[in-house]
Design a protein around this ligand. Structure first.
Ligand SMILES: [Zn+2]
Length: 304
């Protein structure tokens, strides 16, 4: 499932390609993609629009259009947003031959495609069909994302802010990181990687972190996400970047999917457990399991 680094990779690749381009047409092949808006309504609204940029909020892709509107897209489980060069000669050095081989498969999973003014096409493919899109006025964006948590790469992501979100929470740290209303953009892969970097056990209660733990977790989240972006995202299953190529982060995982392998930091062995229904990988030897803080005792009143 694409997380912040995968979505960010797509953004960084496609933003310079798309900015300033006109959308000659949009073809929605799967009504589920943009429901409840009827495909024809969205197609008409978007046709002729000029793209002002492609951005990201959490795991959402934001295609900014002229007229102060944004087409918001979410890749969910298996969605991909890929720029297709059309009939133009493809550059093999960019690995496009790989994509050509997969192209017939992608066509079967095509949910929507944008026809761009320069002859290229932007495809939204999605085998599982959980991906979605909706058109929104820019004035409504903040309200729409009001419940989305802190952006990890923003100045607001401080140990203190993390502490405020975690205060009095008894949920395991793994579940805490997966909750998009706390920290936005972290999913199953990068939660494991961040907790390993922070040397924190995934089952530690979120509210049990002290200031040193909060700082370690903040740094761990940022470092794990940066590693993911450096690796061009992780392609365990269906993820492909904006050019249709696999990321390499799956080769760089410290603990995720590494059950039975030696810990990269100590003599321990990585194990797999299930937390909140999600596979979770950690090292039992060097990731500290914090205990719930004991409740403050009420002073006992003594009768005179
Ligand atoms: Zn270890």
């Amino acid at each position: 499932m694409p997380e912040l680094p995968e979505v960010e990779t797509v953004c960084r690749q496609l933003d310079p390609e798309l900015t300033g381009r006109q959308i000659d047409g949009l073809e929605v092949l799967d009504p589920r993609w943009c429901r409840p808006m009827p495909p024809a309504t969205l197609e008409t609204a978007v046709a002729g629009a000029t793209i002002e940029g492609l951005g990201r909020r959490g795991k959402y892709l934001l295609l900014t259009l002229d007229g102060a509107r944004t087409l918001v897209m979410h890749l969910r489980m298996t969605g991909n947003l890929v720029l297709i060069e059309g009939e133009r000669k493809l550059d093999p050095s960019e690995g496009r031959r790989l994509y050509e081989a997969e192209r017939s498969t992608s066509e079967r999973h095509l949910r929507a495609r944008f026809i761009l003014g320069d002859g290229r096409q932007l495809w939204f493919t999605d085998p599982r069909r959980f991906g979605e899109a909706f058109l929104i006025d820019d004035a409504e964006l903040d309200g729409r994302f009001a419940k989305l948590g802190i952006e990890p790469f923003s100045d607001a992501f401080t140990p203190e802010a993390l502490g405020q979100i975690a205060a009095n929470r008894t949920v395991p740290l793994k579940s805490f990181l997966l909750d998009q209303s706390g920290v936005a953009g972290v999913g199953n892969i990068y939660a494991d990687e961040a907790l390993f970097r922070a040397q924190l056990h995934p089952l530690s209660p979120a509210g049990s972190m002290k200031s040193a733990h909060l700082e370690a977790l903040r740094d761990g989240v940022i470092a794990a996400l940066e590693a993911g972006i450096d690796g061009g995202g992780a392609s365990i299953d269906d993820y492909r970047d904006g050019r249709g190529e696999k990321g390499t982060m799956q080769n760089e995982f410290l603990v995720h999917t590494r059950a039975g392998e030696p810990c990269p930091r100590c003599d321990g062995t990585i194990v797999r457990i299930v937390v909140s229904g999600r596979s979770t990988y950690y090292c039992p030897s060097c990731q500290v399991r914090l205990r719930r803080r004991p409740r403050k005792r009420r002073p006992v009143r003594r009768s005179p």
